[in-house]
Design a protein around this ligand. Structure first.
Ligand SMILES: Cc1cc2nc3c(=O)[nH]c(=O)nc-3n(C[C@H](O)[C@H](O)[C@H](O)COP(=O)(O)O)c2cc1C
Length: 414
């Protein structure tokens, strides 16, 4: 006990405090708890999960992953006050893993001039210090960063400014891509990457991973989804190279596998890949190719797959609906046996639990629902009789129906 009248959650083996799944109750008069988690079956969503890594496993306190979400609020690539507020809020959400937004490994690897970066000492310091400050004001939560290069989708305006291609005079730049094929037919083409540029960008991923490790980021997710550079190499719709990096599946996977292997050599935490499992276009990248990629990544030491879809072609026809990408996650999980994250229109606690219970995924990622309700995991804990960690300042907040979700905590006053 750290303070009189206060029982704190017991420290976990890896130094992180994990919630104790039993109810202690509030001190003083108050309503009786409606449920007691010790008497109920613990949901899978609120069961800790271990992500393996060369340095040892990273324990997630539960299976709710905060999906990466661009904020378009960095200043010259540097994390800013917005990130401090945003990360502090998400770190107080009770989720099991925070994934920091797509973070450019080079300035021209950003989607917009306002995207977060990790390409030099300046951006490393800003990201490291801002994250450290956010972490001081929240319970411990593992943090993953999504390292990204936008390729031909770079040099765009922020979404709230229309998201269109920016010219050089408007703060834009010449985007790079596997082939000189524009994202939209009426746009000027990107520059097809030279052999030297392939090496430069690969080395930029490596350097960013080293920076991430230095500033205490626990895990890395390489962004090979949503039509950005690595996905552009995978998809025959955007990759029409005639060298070793285009044509056959083997050749189209080559760049992603090379970057993965290079990052794996320097980063010893959990390292995973976010993929778009299908382009939703006939003749594009598809589930079977994704499954083969996942097996190849596993052989190179990949620790998790994060399965999304789409983004490479304006011709995509997406079959939208609740959990619409879950079948793709299930197929990847079955193909490679790696821990797999499902994402996309997962909005309800029971829906998330059912996905895990069915064995379709090991983790569920939530994006928009967590912006809308930053305490989504607290409400899920109420629904599934789970336990989340909350900062002491918030321990008195629980309404009657939520008693017990902070575990074995107790407050006193006189
Ligand atoms: C504001 C916003 C920003 C996003 N930024 C990223 C990103 O940085 N990287 C990424 O892979 N996906 C990004 N996405 C996609 C989400 O991670 C997620 O895959 C998608 O929103 C579907 O999940 P949801 O239905 O829970 O929102 C973003 C989505 C939103 C809404």
């Amino acid at each position: 006990m750290d303070k009189p009248g206060v029982i704190v959650p017991k420290p976990h083996a890896n130094g992180r405090a994990l919630p104790v799944p039993q109810f202690a109750g509030l001190a003083g008069p108050g309503p009786a708890p409606l449920h007691c988690p010790t008497e109920t079956v613990v949901s899978l969503l609120f069961t800790p999960f271990e992500l393996n890594a060369p340095r040892g496993a990273l324990t997630l306190p539960n299976r709710i992953v905060i999906a990466p979400m661009c904020q378009y609020s960095a200043v010259n690539g540097e994390a800013a006050d917005w990130h401090l507020a945003h990360w502090t809020s998400l770190l107080n959400s009770g989720a099991g893993l925070l994934t920091i937004e797509a973070t450019g490994v080079t300035p021209d690897g950003r989607i917009t001039p306002h995207c977060l970066g990790l390409w030099d000492e300046r951006t490393e310091r800003a990201l490291g210090e801002t994250l450290q400050r956010a972490r001081k004001n929240a319970p411990p939560m593992p943090v993953c960063i999504q390292l990204a290069h936008a390729g031909r989708k770079g040099s765009s305006a922020a979404p709230w400014h229309g998201g269109g291609l920016l010219k050089a005079g408007e703060g834009g730049w010449q985007p790079l891509a596997p082939s000189a094929l524009p994202q939209l037919p009426d746009e000027p083409p990107p520059a097809a990457m030279t052999a030297a540029q392939l090496v430069e960008v690969r080395e930029a991923f490596v350097a960013a991973a080293q920076r991430a490790q230095r500033i205490g980021i626990d895990a890395i997710e390489l962004h090979a989804a949503h039509g950005y550079l690595l996905h552009q190499f995978l998809s025959p719709l955007s990759n029409q190279r005639t060298d070793n990096y285009g044509g056959s599946l083997e050749n189209r996977m080559r760049y992603v596998l090379e970057i993965f292997a290079a990052v794996r050599a320097v980063f010893d935490g959990p390292l995973g890949v976010r993929v778009s499992a299908t382009d939703w276009v006939e003749g594009g990248w598809d589930s079977a190719q994704t499954q083969e990629l996942s097996r190849r990544l596993k052989a190179l030491g990949c620790n998790f797959m994060h399965v999304s879809t789409a983004g490479v072609s304006p011709l995509q026809k997406i079959a939208l609906g609740p959990g619409y990408q879950v079948p793709f996650a299930r197929d990847v999980r079955q193909a490679c046996g790696l821990p797999t994250t499902a994402v996309g229109l997962i909005t309800e606690a029971q829906q998330a639990e059912d996905i895990l219970q069915a064995g379709d995924a090991d983790l569920v990622a939530i994006a928009r629902a967590l912006l809308y309700k930053p305490r989504w995991p607290w409400e899920a804990a109420v629904a599934l009789k789970g336990v989340v960690q909350a900062n002491e300042q918030y321990w008195r907040c629980l309404p009657r129906e939520a008693q017990g979700i902070f575990g074995n905590v107790k407050i006193g006053m006189r």
